[in-house]
Design a protein around this ligand. Structure first.
Ligand code: CU
Length: 77
């Protein structure tokens, strides 16, 4: 969930093939989730964004509107 200018939880772990959904629920405040070369939600005020992870690794992502908003997705093999 994207709320209070924060990702909650900040860090998640999923198996290969797992999908992570970010739900934008911050009263219309514009946010974004993106990981260079991996995924990019665009800047949106509400709704949700999903990405399916097909390669193991640790993916750091951030909100380009609020650079201090960061999180990680760990994908286990
Ligand atoms: Cu943001």
């Amino acid at each position: 969930v994207v709320r209070d200018v924060h990702f909650a939880p900040v860090d998640v772990t999923v198996p290969v093939g797992g999908t992570v959904r970010w739900t934008f629920d911050d009263g219309g405040v514009l946010h974004h989730v993106g990981s260079e070369g991996e995924f990019d939600s665009g800047i949106i005020p509400e709704g949700s964004f999903e990405h399916t992870f097909t390669t193991p690794g640790v993916y750091e992502y951030h909100c380009s509107v609020h650079r201090y908003m960061t999180g990680t997705v760990t994908v286990t093999g």
